[in-house]
Design a protein around this ligand. Structure first.
Ligand code: UDX
Length: 431
């Protein structure tokens, strides 16, 4: 991709966001070094291997290897850089706020780096972090280094295209010079650039994720009402989504949202509001609906089986969504824990989840195929809408089960067809 001015950029954090940011900035023509504190991660990357699954990322890293290096050494990364990108994770603290310790540690490591033009934070941070970061940079004597917030809006599984062809690039900066520097880094990106103040940029990220989570919890609540009234949530969502003011996206009813962003960010926004004394009623309900949605699946299966004690339940799909190996806040973990607590045995299948994913779930059997997972099961729960699950020989699968109970947590299958095959089939919000 052609670029007019190549900049030297140090990206801190070689996780999902840091690697995608580093590889995409290199693709845009910049000279990038990615720094991480995990030696295994850096040596993998240095040997040309990718520690995470993200479509297109490996190819991009290989294609741009002339302009993309990896290091453990923060000083070395900063010494050559004009711009530092902060892409470290901000996990929840035990109070549910975002833990910013990794962000502060990166900023501290910049002491003496007065040659930098700007520090840009991409990590998801609470509103107000920019002001604290500015004060810290000033304390470190970096008065002349600009600061910007440039939140990411990338979804896993399509992170590379979300970076290179985004709906928008949001840049929050306190001065015009830093804003145009960050804007210029994105030359070649196919998407609208919106420049604003730092707190608004920080809030834009949190508000986007909260509204997306709200849409899903909303349609899940409608699904529960559909179940009680005989309506079909698929038809309802289609009709609702055709209203251009509402849009068709994120109206897929299911077993609840998970992942590295929605659970953490909605909780962080809730705590941020609570810390100011405001009770975020709508957001609290959005989170509550999502928690209940997972438990409802278990109670419905329990109702059909009579008891879960001694039953065997197959979980089909473990990752929080298809197309990723990411197990963070996956619905499957809640289901497995609930099933085990009720005395059920759990068998599971997933094409990408890493073996360590099921380690915390005592006595869970990981199976190589859907049919193996369903063998001898009293019920199966379709948890992740992997496309492979459309291709399962369901009649054969039913024959392998002890009792033919199937809970389709993603409304992936056709209810009439599954009932014709002899399943006691339940899905979300469909009669
Ligand atoms: C999300 C946002 O989309 C992204 O913009 C942000 O930067 C990070 O969080 P991601 O977590 O990768 O991205 O996944 P996404 O595809 O948004 O799905 C999140 C969860 O919602 C998944 O568990 C998915 O199964 C669920 N979901 C999504 C639904 O249940 N229904 C829907 O209609 C859409």
């Amino acid at each position: 991709m052609a670029h007019t001015l190549s900049r030297k950029i140090a990206v801190f954090g070689a996780g999902y966001i840091g690697l995608v940011t580093g590889a995409c900035l290199a693709e845009l023509g910049h000279d990038v070094v990615v720094r991480d504190i995990q030696p295994e991660r850096i040596s993998l990357l240095q040997s040309g291997q990718i520690p995470i699954y993200e479509p297109g990322l490996g190819d991009l890293i290989i294609k741009n290897k002339e302009r993309l290096t990896f290091t453990l050494n923060a000083d070395e990364a900063v010494a050559r850089a004009e711009i530092v990108y902060v892409c470290v994770d901000t996990p929840p603290t035990s109070a549910g706020d975002a833990d910013l310790s990794r962000v502060w540690s990166v900023l501290h490591s910049l002491e003496g780096a007065a040659h930098l033009a700007a520090v840009v934070v991409k990590s998801t941070v609470p509103v107000g972090t920019g002001a604290r970061a500015r004060a810290l940079l000033d304390d470190l004597g970096l008065h002349g280094v600009g600061y910007a917030s440039n939140p990411e809006f990338t979804a896993e599984g399509r992170a590379v295209s979300d970076f290179l062809s985004p709906d928008r690039v949001v840049i929050g900066a306190s001065d015009a010079e830093t804003a145009s520097l960050v804007e210029e880094l994105h030359r070649g990106v196919d998407g609208e650039v919106v420049v604003m103040d730092i707190p608004s940029a920080e809030m834009a990220k949190m508000a986007s994720n909260a509204l997306l989570a709200t849409k899903i919890s909303f349609i899940n609540e409608i699904a529960s009402i559909c179940e009680a009234t005989g309506a079909d949530v698929g038809n309802v969502a289609r009709a609702v989504g055709l209203d251009h003011r509402l849009g068709p996206h994120f109206l897929q009813a299911g077993i609840g949202w998970g992942g590295s962003c929605f659970p953490k960010d909605s909780e962080a926004l809730k705590q941020l509001a609570s810390n100011t004394g405001y009770h975020p009623q709508l957001l609290s309900a959005v989170i509550e609906v999502n928690n209940l949605q997972k438990r409802r699946a278990i109670s419905k299966v329990k109702d059909l089986l009579g008891t879960l004690e001694g039953a065997t339940v197959a979980l089909l799909g473990l990752t929080f969504k298809p197309g990723t190996d990411d197990m963070r806040e996956a619905t499957s973990a809640v289901l497995a824990a609930r099933l085990l607590a009720e005395g059920a045995a759990v068998r599971c299948w997933d094409p990408l989840a890493r073996p360590e994913a099921v380690e915390p779930w005592a006595s869970t059997t990981r199976c190589e195929s859907v049919l193996e997972a369903m063998t001898g099961a009293d019920a199966a729960i379709l948890v992740t809408d992997w496309p492979q699950l459309r291709e399962v020989p369901w009649e054969e699968a039913r024959g392998l089960m002890r009792r033919p109970v199937l809970y389709d947590g993603r409304n992936l299958l056709d209810p009439a067809a599954m009932r014709d095959l002899g399943f006691r089939y339940l899905s979300v919000g469909r009669p």
